[in-house]
Write a protein that binds this ligand. Structure first.
Ligand code: ZN
Length: 242
């Protein structure tokens, strides 16, 4: 059977940085709506709580079951083992520490340059798999404290990756300029209430790894910075729906 032109040119092939969290799940839906072949990549960097990684399978299953058209486009899922990250970064994400904010305004959950590493590993895999589009859930609106989430950083990285690998990758960050309420609205726009429910019930955001109680905005402790953003965003989205 002849391979479609877009398959050989890599035009419609994407790789989504998929953590199992709310943002990357919405990015995955965004990519499935646009590209004809979508693969996913996750990173095991000894996160303080691996619950987010554990959410990846159920989210993928949920998307496959609820959206048959997306199921046809959803390709291989890759998990890269990156134990080197905790070896170079002692932070609250990987150690049993309390989340605090340093004098520079960055929370101690920040792993320096983490997204640069993730996108670079993703690009190396995309090179091998013939995937042109790289999609990540970075956002300046909610996380302006993270310099590796900034639009300028990722635009510069796109140039660097293309020069360094002699490719024409395109880095997409569909959430870059929207807030959490709009991320919920984007989920609704892409996949209706079924996608909102998958995000609500199957994704994980809480820094403390708490999945004991299902709130209207999803599982979580309800008090850490990540839960707070998710909760406030959902409340504003829900209010707007009425
Ligand atoms: Zn929490």
């Amino acid at each position: 059977m002849p391979v479609p032109a877009t398959e050989t040119s890599g035009g419609g092939r994407a790789l989504v940085l998929f953590s199992g969290g709310q943002d990357s799940t919405v990015c995955l839906a965004w990519a499935l709506e646009r590209f004809e072949h979508v693969e996913t990549i996750g990173f095991d960097y000894r996160q303080r709580h691996k619950v987010e990684l554990d959410c990846r399978g159920p989210v993928l299953e949920g998307l496959r079951a609820a959206f048959p058209a997306w199921a046809q486009r959803l390709g291989a899922d890759h998990v890269l083992d990156l134990p080197v990250i905790p070896a170079i970064s002692e932070t609250a994400m990987t150690q049993d520490m309390t989340i605090t904010f340093a004098a520079n305004g960055l929370p101690n959950t920040f792993v320096p340059g983490r997204n640069l590493l993730f996108f670079t590993f993703a690009a190396a895999l995309a090179y091998r798999r013939g995937l042109k589009h790289l999609v990540g859930g970075m956002c300046e609106t909610d996380y302006s404290g993270y310099p590796d989430c900034r639009d300028d950083t990722l635009k510069a990285l796109q140039v660097t990756l293309n020069l360094g690998m002699d490719q024409r990758f395109v880095l997409h960050t569909p959430l870059m300029w929207i807030d959490k309420a709009t991320t919920w609205a984007l989920a609704k726009e892409l996949g209706g209430d079924m996608l909102v429910d998958i995000v609500r019930e199957r994704t994980h955001t809480c820094y403390l790894g708490d999945r004991t109680t299902l709130h209207d905005w999803g599982y979580g402790c309800g008090t850490c910075p990540a839960c707070d953003l998710r909760k406030v965003g959902y409340a504003r989205f829900f209010e707007h729906q009425r």
